[in-house]
Ligand binder design. Structure first.
Ligand code: BDP
Length: 701
């Protein structure tokens, strides 16, 4: 009886240990298998020295101790003795950097974390735990790391009613109604996860902003969030609705040159600063997609940004002014408008203004060339904004690991002023010696228990943080780290899963919009294909972007077309301008390509185009087989969840292929090449598909 009970208990314990709801993200800290290396780790980890010139700040210091206790206890079964030592400051470590060394102290091995500030010690603690978990050899423990970009931010498109624009993981994490009285423990867990990958800022409200958040009642709620995040080094920012002085301030105008308006914002900045002493600043979407802005008063973006910057400067805040602007009735190529609007203002912004630019000139498509503004404003700090949430890459149901997409932008060479002037160097400030540097990712988090909806989308939150800290890391390294931290070290799991992650972005491109095609997404919710969309605002249709006709496909952005190429440096424009040298993965972005053009493979363009779609479908099918084969080695809940999502992804990949090829075939008039499966239905069937109440769709219908 006794034996039976203990067997049952053991079985339950195993089951419990295996049931995995994903809440712990990559911070699992499960006991590592015992090897001589782990025994050596355990010995050294029993003493941790925290060396810093500053006195211990209680909140962050407590977070460090809690993390080390939890992490080392979990991984190694060690309760560390944590000693604090006061040391000289290390200028090369800056405010947030850390060093980790393996040394002998009093005759015993010990890990020493050195940093100038408590938050650096915290980053060092997370790094130590990560490196131990990943099995770094002890004699390699002389780590030095400082972030390349100062402000590493998550932008939450969260509304005050707790819906999340383009959010696919449940509702908003911020429980506004019960704030500030009730502070969900999840706020701390959120900030801790951010800190573990080095993120240090959160814009907690949607860029399509609500002025209400700037009222005293709501600011006290924001202050509660800020205090929950503070121990983990995460500063709060807010989106500022430009018309707030009218809406909540009782003024008759929001004209940025009106002294009463400027005074209102100055007082507002002071009020926020009193509640939130480390308030980061405002993120502003102005004169874009219906949002108010300075142009409503005949003023420029610079006038608007500078007025807010003057209000924030006395309290140490910055303005993140978005360059995602385009006019409703413009005759000019939409992809050229942000450049036209902002480039003339280079050098005209206050020092605490940062212009925040999406990775590409359109809108977070699966592939775009880098935004030309990155090469055009050397006297202005420029922030890179990417989307972690997968608005255009299958949303909550498709696997798409985005590090390769972000790296593609970061590593792009603007050739301004010369070779080696990569977007990464523009953004990290090293190219023009800009004093402020910012990178922002539109968050993929929500109230789903596993934070990100798709279990594998956690990898994108992780990857964004890691790249924000160090953009020189490779996608493969990040994929490997995340996979090991999340799924353990069994190579039967990690090797195939890493391969799936690394293939996934290109696979999505293959079945959605290969060879530089863009703008073919369903109206409103943007989930499925709608290349036939031709009604409504021209630049919100698909036909505006793909230009399909009987001759060919693609948007001519050379001199014979919109000449968007003129916005790039001559070297790069020269390569892209010539159809013969333009990389094929961007060819439809820059050229109207003839259906029978011979591609590098020797095949006609139409055949090549079709084969990309099929290749995308085939790859997803391969993942399903691979994932099935991992069943015995992966937590059952997670396995079942991902299996179902991969089935949806295969269904959708087929839908994208069939709908797109049937539609474009009406222009090409050519048969599907051998190897491309015939569509399951006819074009009217696909055109009739309507999805309702899609997650994250702001139009809500
Ligand atoms: C688009 C989204 C829209 C956002 C907009 C933006 O569809 O919901 O408000 O970007 O970035 O991608 O402002």
């Amino acid at each position: 009886m006794k034996i039976a009970a203990s067997v049952l208990l053991a079985v339950c314990a195993v089951a419990l240990a295996r049931a995995d709801d994903g809440y712990r993200l990559w911070l699992r800290y499960d006991r590592m298998t015992q090897t001589p290396l782990h025994a050596a780790y355990a010995e050294a980890a029993s003493t941790i020295v925290l060396a810093s010139p500053v006195a211990e700040d209680s909140a962050t210091g407590a977070a460090v101790s809690a993390e080390l206790n939890q992490g080392l206890g979990g991984l190694l079964g060690v309760t560390p003795q944590i000693r604090r030592e006061t040391v000289q400051s290390h200028p090369d470590l800056g405010d947030e950097g850390y060093a980790i060394d393996w040394e002998r102290r009093d005759g015993h091995p010990a890990f020493v974390i050195t940093a100038n500030r408590n938050v650096g010690v915290l980053y060092g603690a997370f790094a130590l735990l990560r490196e131990l978990r990943l099995g770094r050899p002890l004699d390699h423990f002389a780590l030095r790391s400082t972030p390349r970009i100062q402000r590493r931010m998550l932008d939450h498109w969260d509304n005050l009613n707790r819906t999340v624009e383009r959010g696919y993981a449940g509702g908003s994490l911020w429980e506004w109604f019960v704030l500030p009285n009730f502070e969900s423990p999840r706020y701390r867990d959120y900030a801790r996860a951010c800190a573990s990958v080095g993120l240090n800022g959160a814009v907690v409200t949607n860029v399509n902003a609500d002025a209400l958040v700037l009222t005293p009642e709501w600011l006290s709620k924001v202050a509660a969030l800020a205090s929950a995040f503070r121990p983990y080094g995460v500063r709060v920012y807010l989106t500022a609705r430009f018309s707030a002085p009218l809406e909540i301030g009782g003024l008759k105008t929001a004209d940025p040159l009106d002294p009463a308006v400027a005074a209102w914002w100055r007082a507002k900045a002071r009020e926020i600063h009193e509640l939130i002493p480390d308030f980061g600043g405002f993120l502003v979407k102005a004169n874009s997609e219906g949002q108010p802005g300075p142009q409503s008063y005949g003023r420029s973006h610079a006038d608007g940004a500078n007025m807010l910057a003057d209000a924030l400067a006395p309290v140490g805040g910055i303005v993140l002014w978005r360059a995602f602007v385009y006019e409703a009735d413009a005759r000019r190529d939409r992809c050229m408008q942000a450049y036209d609007e902002f480039e003339p203002y280079d050098g005209k912004f206050r020092p605490n203004v940062v212009v925040q630019i999406k990775n590409g000139p359109l809108d977070f498509q699966p592939r775009e060339p880098f935004h030309p503004l990155f090469g055009a404003m050397p006297r202005t700090p420029l922030a890179l904004e990417v989307q972690i949430t997968q608005e255009y890459l299958g949303q909550g149901t498709h696997l798409a690991f985005l590090a390769p997409l972000w790296k593609e932008t970061l590593d792009s060479d603007t050739f301004r002023p010369g070779r080696g002037s990569t977007v990464a160097r523009v953004v990290d400030g090293s190219l023009s010696h800009n004093p402020i540097s910012v990178i922002a990712g539109v968050a993929n988090t929500g109230t789903d228990r596993n934070w990100t909806g798709h279990p594998l989308a956690q990898a994108n939150w992780y990857a964004f943080g890691r790249l924000a800290w160090d953009h020189t890391l490779s996608s493969a390294q990040i994929a490997s780290e995340w996979t090991h931290l999340t799924f353990g070290d069994d190579p039967r799991v990690t090797a195939p899963l890493e391969r799936m992650l690394l293939e996934s972005r290109e696979t999505v491109v293959d079945y959605m919009d290969p060879l530089g095609l863009t703008g073919v997404f369903a109206e409103g919710h943007h989930y499925g294909p709608e290349p036939w969309l031709d009604k409504g605002r021209p630049d919100w249709t698909s036909v505006y972007y793909h230009h399909a006709d009987s001759k060919g496909l693609g948007f001519d952005r050379t001199q014979s077309g919109s000449n968007a190429l003129e916005q790039y440096a001559p070297v790069i424009a020269g390569i892209w301008r010539d159809e013969a040298t333009c990389p094929e993965d961007l060819i439809l972005w820059f050229h109207h390509v003839a259906w029978d053009r011979t591609m590098a493979s020797g095949r006609p363009f139409w055949d090549e185009f079709c084969r990309h779609y099929q290749h995308g479908v085939d790859t997803v099918r391969g993942w399903r087989r691979t994932w099935d084969s991992l069943k015995a080695y992966v937590d059952p809940e997670t396995h079942a969840h991902v299996s179902s999502l991969l089935a949806i992804q295969e269904r959708d990949a087929c839908w994208w292929r069939d709908a797109s090829l049937l539609y474009f075939q009406t222009f090409s008039g050519r048969p599907l090449p051998p190897g491309v499966e015939p569509p399951a239905h006819d074009l009217p069937y696909y055109r009739a598909i309507q999805l309702h109440w899609m997650p994250g769709d702001p139009s809500g219908k």
